[in-house]
Design a protein. Sequence first.
Length: 720
Amino acid sequence: MKKRENNSEEITRTGGTMDMKRRSFVKLLGGGIFIFFQPWSALEILSLPAEQARSLTKDYNAFLQIAEDGTVSCFTGKIEMGQGIITSLAQEMAEELNVPFEKVKMVMGDTDLCPYDAGTWGSMTTRGFGPNMRAAAAEARAVLLDLASAQLGVPVTQLEVKDGEITDTKNPQNKVTYAALAKGKKLEKYLDVKPLPEDYSKFTYVGKPYKRVDSRLKVTGQAIYTGDRKLPGMLHARLLRPPSHGAKLASVDVSGAEKVEGVKVIRDGDFIAVVSENREKADEAIVKIKADYTFNEMKVNDKTLFDWILKAESRSNVARTKGDIEAGSQLCDKTFESEYHDPYLAHAPIETHTALAVLEGDRLTVWASTQSPFGLQDGIVRETGFPREKVRVITPFVGGGFGGKGAYQQGVEAAKLAKLTGKPVMVTWTRDEEFFYDTFHPAGVIKINSGIDKSGIIQMWDYHVWMSGTRGSDTIYDVPNAKTTSYSENTKVSPVHPFGTGPWRAPNNNANTFARESQIDIMASAAGIDPLEFRLKNLKDDKMIDCLKAVAEKFGYVADKAPSGRGIGIACGIDAGTWVANMAEIKVDKATGKVQVVRIACAQDMGLCVNPEGALIQMEGCLTMGLGYTLTEEVQFEGGDVNTRGFDTYEIPRFSWLPKIDCVILDRKGKAPQGGGEPAIIAVGAAVGNAIYDATGARLYRMPFTPERVLEALKKVRET
């Protein structure tokens, strides 16, 4: 890892982007065999205009290098932010090339070295990038066999590969290693051959549990994040920020900041910053700027939010429909109408948005904590006017993203300041800035009208979701008459959200799963049927049935009608191609309203699991993070003024909260791999909400389940 870091520094000085000449590319990376992957060869890419190359590589184009020491470097525009793909992708590469896992090194998130990638989100790396990488590596292996065949003088069919060594099966002494093939050569080979990837039954590395290759670096503090970097003469910047998203700068007096020793004020229109080699001096100076603003605030806050959403001008769309809702209603013995509320949520990563920019000659290099290095590159080009080939973005380890670091404002800010000052500039957002500029999980309202017949079969399902998206809104259950309608923001007529919103781990699926699975429990209780039995009775989806049965077995579930007084809840759903089911056991302090999650179990069908150890960690992380949106997390605001600006008012899960966690990954080696970084989080809120009902008979329709809301729900139960 250290060697790769040093190489990165050397490459920074040499430079060049995707349109560099091939000779320069080889010089940049050193000797060895370069094997370029379809659908576009490196020769084609490196000779295309930048704009055209960008569009062509969207489908996927990667290349690898086999160095003279046998090390295999795989280049990808994906980034590592804790999800573990730095390990699992290496497993897949080692598998297809038949090289030792330890010989594979991932080079990630560098716009000069890596092919274009739209970003790292949506649990798309393993299920989208992974299969393409495996297919490309299989092609690479075929080309290496061709090269070995020529050198050894035997047909390819007579060769086999193990641990990067190609051997003549009829004469084991006649052999050559990948390293030997690479030694002293600078070969470029375009692949026309398209062999099938290796059969799962022959896997050596994929499907085996591997500890993450970055674990020791991170545990010991040796891992290098953007904020850890230092350059000679580097300036720390603080920017003037508005007090609200509805504020516009009217006038400003920077004289107070200019009097602080060692500080320089930088201004470009309303873009105002103070810079200093001493961060504390910059912090001191920024508060001395006096600014006046005009305000155009939306008349909404966290208390009036849901009425505001329902009354807003919106665009409706029928996402899916089946049968006839009116006809289904006639078949129902009982019908149920419910309304569910979901607030704004912050991403709250431990590492705030950070970027370091340096201008060397006419080339700009930016290190940034972002999920979208190429998106940041484009943003810098737009904002600064630099040609794309003169802008390089490098993403080191990222300290958490969860969708929130798809935005890259801090990188653009650092680039602009480096251009204006001519010096390296570090922009590190404060926690206050991190909350203020977060692209929050959007708040939403969900209304469901559903019905069952006398035998407990769901006959009608009419689902409506406002402003928070349809991911996870699938009916899932076998309902003959079902309809899903979404209502989205019409920004040209009446904007709804007073600040930025965007993806938040399994975007909006937690809200849709909460609503659907709460409604399912309501019907199960009314039918007098155990909630697990009710689900199985109304399901034909074998994957979901398998997950529910697996989690019930792991949990040790015993059937009973709700509310049973035990405090056990069930929920299930689908996200990123993965089926998931959760069970939770909780305790409710009826005097205080406090909810304690005692234990939680999760089973998921994610197809082929590349790294069970990594997938298990992701599941446990999802379940832990899910406790936050379930019990405490919500953004308080007044118009565009975000009142939640720190962990004193926005409480994320603590170690003291953690329940006993049990996870099951269903064995599906023969299936395509699916996403594992998000699914387990979606059913936490629903499972805990259903457990609260099972314990107390009180139903909650709004997350998070704060003590005050639990007490209010308990009061309603007593009054009825």
